[in-house]
Design a protein around this ligand. Structure first.
Ligand code: SAM
Length: 242
């Protein structure tokens, strides 16, 4: 079924109005017609199944057939990702993190990162990729994405379990972390050039546990996706909904 985001202000109890780019996409690109059904998300966890009742010049009106509320995970995962410089690697990480149910995505600038262009444009681009991924994978609550910020300026909530995959970690495999559901987790992944030793020490002093993802050095985007999947699995965030 097709999926669209709507503005909660356009939700009466019986009907939802889709406007703007979503309405344009629905009418002009997908050429949906009266009677077609779709899933509608308000971006805050409300999920509606609706049927198109009327199509007009600037909007599409859906009759609400059913409605449910998505539950937030009690173990949200925050992925802190150093900016990746080459090609579209950041786009890939944003897309896959969205699919894996990462709650928040925090791009950070570390010693071996290069500036990538205007932060506001990057953020807009990642937001667009993330919303597309939400629609594709059926995720009703968008991933929160921050503007890039220097790693050393970040503060991390005390309650969060902090994990830093590091290729030079030789004693702590992922399984030794003993992760269980019920606690927020923060994952910190380095750029292509890795972390400087000062950054590793700073992270450890801030409560991060360094962990190995195996004896091979993974590309940064592979490390992000693998680590996010391992954490989400350990936290039961990949279990089917009841
Ligand atoms: N510059 C480093 C080198 O060549 O030795 C490699 C950095 S790696 C491409 C980028 C990031 O992925 C690292 O900062 C780390 O967070 C993560 N990573 C890659 N392989 C890993 C492994 N085997 N164990 C833990 N983390 C890994």
């Amino acid at each position: 079924m097709r999926r669209f985001f709507y503005n909660p202000a356009q939700d009466t109890t019986e009907y939802v109005l889709i406007t703007g780019a979503e309405a344009h996409h629905l009418k002009t690109v997908l050429r949906m017609h009266v009677g077609a059904k779709a899933e509608l998300y308000d971006g805050a966890g409300s999920l509606i199944c609706g049927e198109i009742e009327q199509i007009s010049a600037n909007s599409v009106s859906f009759r609400i057939l059913s409605r449910r509320q998505e539950q937030e995970s009690c173990s949200p995962l925050t992925l802190v990702q150093a900016l990746l410089n080459k090609g579209k690697k950041m786009d890939t990480v944003v897309q896959k993190a969205t699919e894996l149910g990462v709650h928040s995505f925090v791009p950070v600038i570390t010693r071996y990162c290069e500036p990538q262009g205007k932060d506001s444009q990057l953020l807009q681009r990642w937001q667009r990729i993330m919303l597309e991924a939400c629609k594709q994978c059926g995720r009703p609550v968008p991933m929160q994405i921050s503007l890039p910020q220097p790693l050393h300026e970040l503060t991390f909530p005390a309650v969060s379990r902090k994990i830093m995959p590091w290729e030079n970690e030789t004693t702590c495999p992922f399984a030794a972390l003993g992760l269980t559901a019920g606690q927020p987790v923060t994952l910190l992944i380095g750029p292509e050039g890795g972390f400087h030793i000062d950054e590793v020490e700073h992270a450890q002093a801030s409560g991060f546990t360094t962990v190995s993802l195996g004896p091979r050095i993974l590309r940064a985007e592979t490390a992000s996706i693998v680590a996010a999947a391992l954490v989400q699995n350990a936290l039961h965030n990949l279990d089917p909904l009841p």
